[in-house]
Design a protein around this ligand. Structure first.
Ligand code: TXA
Ligand code: MG
Length: 367
């Protein structure tokens, strides 16, 4: 897509107490139909006034995002949803009370009509109240909801810092509010409440177990655990195999290097397999990067590989927080192949594994 270049502004803001001046400046841009990237607790979002179709269209142009992939509409508080929905399902209120502001997105019937530019023409709309002071200050000052996908070029890892946003979108958006790193590092959990039983469309910051404690059994969309969804854009696939969350069908979160994911319950076995593969690839002249938990970090380092390690198999939160930065970092070195350790797919580990599956485009070695 050919677009004229914009001078992209960068404003540092205090992540705990965002300056009023900066919020006013960002609001003025949004109300004039511009695009502002801002930090949330999950990743940076690329915001436009959700009620301004032309502004929303500019998000798709800036990101190179397919038009059928709908956006999340962000609100300053749950009560702000009232004018836009006839009646919210009781579960929505229960979940909002427990998890908002926070990393949970609810898919609801689009009663009052957010435009097809926002919803991809689906008849449903995704909404969330983010838990970052900068996002909340901006939304509160603006007074209208903000449509915001992650602020990356489509198909690139989501941005967790303002620098990531500029790497991808400088010259294509009006302003970046720099509030430091997003602390969770993986996107919000997307939960569809439009059917009989809630369906988890994308695992994220709120875990399946936390959701089930509030609303009872939750079904998993097949796209959640199936790396095959990431391999193609599903051309020619039958209608019944279409994932319910359109975003899940596109190869996502992918660095430029090839990613191989090693998955298995025996963590020593996984480490041994990674070392063997790394040796073979290095022998074949490939530069190898290893993305791992800290459990086996030293055995990789001893062999002289480029290693990025964070978190532990049983505590993957620090790995989630640095996952996208790590993928971008390997591209800067650059390495040819990233060998990634899997973690148990429970709790936050489900979101980490989902992102790693997608980054690997289905290249999974079962150990
Ligand atoms: O943490 C997050 O959710 C971040 C921050 C900025 O809020 N946003 C984010 O947006 O990750 P995005 O656009 O990168 O991912 C939104 C996901 C996509 O997979 C999209 O297909 C899905 O939500 N989605 C949006 N509207 C939907 C709808 N009406 N029905 C089903 N899925 C929907
Ligand atoms: Mg995204």
């Amino acid at each position: 897509m050919i677009q004229s270049r914009l001078p992209t502004g960068l404003l540092a803001v205090d992540p705990r107490k965002p300056e009023k001046y900066s919020m006013q400046k960002a609001c003025a841009i949004l109300l004039a139909g511009g695009l502002v990237a801002f930090p949330t607790e999950t990743v940076y979002g690329l915001g436009a006034n959700a009620l301004d179709e032309r502004a929303v269209a500019r998000i798709f142009a800036a990101k190179g995002r397919p038009a059928d992939n709908p956006l999340i509409v962000h609100f300053a508080a749950a009560a702000r949803l009232n004018p836009f929905f006839k009646r919210l399902p009781p579960m929505a209120w229960l979940l909002a009370e427990r998890f908002w502001p926070g990393p949970l997105t609810l898919v609801l019937k689009n009663d009052y009509g957010f435009s097809a530019a926002v919803t991809g023409g689906l008849g449903t709309v995704a909404v969330r109240v983010p838990a970052h002071p900068v996002a909340l200050a901006l939304l509160g000052a603006l007074g209208v909801p903000v449509a915001a996908p992650s602020a990356n070029v489509s198909g690139r890892p989501s941005p967790t810092t303002a620098a990531h946003v500029l790497d991808d979108l400088e010259g294509r958006i009006d302003l970046v509010l720099d509030g430091g790193p997003a602390w969770l590092g993986v996107e919000s959990t997307v939960l569809d409440l439009t059917g009989e039983r809630p369906v988890l469309l994308r695992p994220g910051g709120v875990t399946l177990q936390q959701l089930e404690a509030v609303v009872g059994p939750v079904s998993l969309d097949p796209a959640v655990n199936d790396p095959a969804w990431a391999e193609s854009e599903n051309e020619g696939e039958s209608e019944s195999k279409q994932p319910r969350s359109p975003g899940m069908k596109y190869t996502h979160y992918a660095p430029k290097a090839r990613v191989l994911l090693f998955d298995g319950a025996d963590s020593a076995g996984v480490a041994a397999k990674i070392l063997a593969e790394a040796a073979a690839l290095t022998g074949a002249g490939q530069r190898v990067g290893i993305l791992a938990c800290r459990d086996h970090e030293s055995s990789y380092r001893e062999q002289g590989y480029d290693v990025i390690a964070a978190g532990w198999r049983e505590d993957p939160a620090p790995l989630a927080a640095s996952l996208y930065e790590a993928l971008r970092c390997f591209d800067r070195i650059p390495v040819d192949v990233i060998l990634a350790e899997g973690v148990p797919a429970r709790g936050l580990g489900l979101a980490v594994m989902n992102r790693l599956f997608k980054a690997a485009g289905g290249n999974v070695v079962k150990v």
